[in-house]
Design a binder for this molecule. Structure first.
Ligand code: SAM
Ligand code: SF4
Length: 332
């Protein structure tokens, strides 16, 4: 089967799958506390998600990231991951990974490693238990730290994601860098993205990473590296710890030229760009027949519409979302 090449010559080799929009946390920048989730009947079954993922693997996708919502709270998720592991064994898939809030890792880290998962991203915005609880509304830092220990014992590589939030964790970056250095984690700092109504003003949260970087460089030496993932993170190496630090600035356009990814929602919508509302329905073609012909046609049409770049901007007049869906729909 042919590879997926978009109109700008970029090969799509990376599929991110939001397996659920639900979550056991309510992070302040991600969701309103009283979020309304999709009716369960709208979700693709795990068998259907497997069919779509496998169709992408047939078309040359060699990296899949599971995300959400919280991927590890979807019922039956470990069986799904185990099944996808067959593409790792065959060599068609080079990497199967996930982004998680870490709360379920003490339960699942060993299983994940057994399925062929080698590394995971875990979100930790603060190392202060009170602040952590404030940021996640329903989360407890201890659960995540236990999960990280379990991940270490299982031999999983960990990258920590932290969203930079004005007047909240801007005094913690030194601590986060030192902690990641001590525990052997790479770190990625993320600028807040204007996605979905969160019931508060985003301008209050927005902290430009250029400022953060300048602040960090007062205490740490950031050496340049040619490490790239095709995504929105620009990486450096912290000389004092030897670990990587990435800065995700989604409001800049500097990564669109190398964009190699598309995003599937748990209802079967395929988003060709994180910063655009356009998407293609794969659920209809998937359910049309047991053969995958209609599905592959729909994937081809979708990739043919992948836009050149995104239009993110935090609207300074009304501070409303530039993209109406929440991050938990496409998983970041
Ligand atoms: N629940 C998992 C987690 O928190 O890692 C996976 C899904 S979460 C949507 C993926 C990443 O997106 C997390 O690192 C989270 O901090 C980040 N995120 C969520 N909403 C965001 C927003 N509006 N702007 C920037 N990053 C956001
Ligand atoms: Fe849940 Fe992740 Fe969103 Fe936090 S960022 S509410 S953990 S999906």
């Amino acid at each position: 089967m042919t590879d997926l090449i978009d109109p700008f010559g970029r090969q799509v080799s990376y599929l991110r799958v939001s397996v659920t929009d639900r979550c056991n946390y309510r992070c302040v920048y991600c969701m309103a506390e009283n979020m309304t989730f999709l009716p369960k009947s709208d979700l693709l079954s795990l068998e259907e998600l497997d069919r779509v993922c496998s169709a992408f693997v047939e078309r040359g996708v060699d990296k899949i990231r599971l995300t959400g919502g919280e991927p590890l709270v979807r019922r039956g998720i470990m069986g799904f991951i185990e099944n996808l592991g067959r593409h790792l064994k065959s060599g068609a898939l080079k990497e199967l990974t996930l982004t998680t809030n870490g709360s379920q890792l003490s339960k699942y880290a060993n299983n994940l490693a057994d399925c062929g998962v080698k590394r995971i991203n875990v979100s930790v915005d603060s190392l202060d238990p009170v602040k952590f609880h404030e940021a996640t509304r329903w989360g407890h830092l201890d659960d995540v730290l236990e999960g990280l220990e379990a991940a270490k014992r299982a031999g999983l590589d960990v990258k920590i994601n932290a969203v930079a939030l004005k007047d909240f964790n801007d005094d913690e970056f030194d601590r986060l860098i030192a902690w990641c250095g001590d525990d052997g984690y790479d770190l990625t700092l993320i600028e807040t993205m204007p996605m979905g109504d969160i019931g508060s003003d985003r301008l209050d949260q927005y902290l430009p990473l250029a400022e953060v970087r300048a602040q960090i460089e007062k205490h740490w030496t950031l050496d340049s590296t040619d490490y790239q993932t095709g995504g929105p993170a620009a990486y450096s190496v912290v000389r004092e710890t030897g670990k990587r630090i990435g800065f995700i600035t989604p409001l800049s356009h500097n990564f669109c030229e190398s964009c190699n990814r598309v995003r599937l929602t748990c209802t079967g919508n395929l988003f060709m760009c994180l910063g655009q509302d356009d998407c293609a329905d794969l659920r209809g073609p998937l359910r049309m027949s047991e053969s995958n012909a209609a599905l592959h046609d729909a994937i081809d049409r979708a990739i043919g519409q992948k836009p050149k770049g995104h239009d993110f901007v935090i609207d300074r007049r009304n501070a409303g979302p530039a993209v109406s869906r929440h991050m938990s729909v496409t998983g970041g």
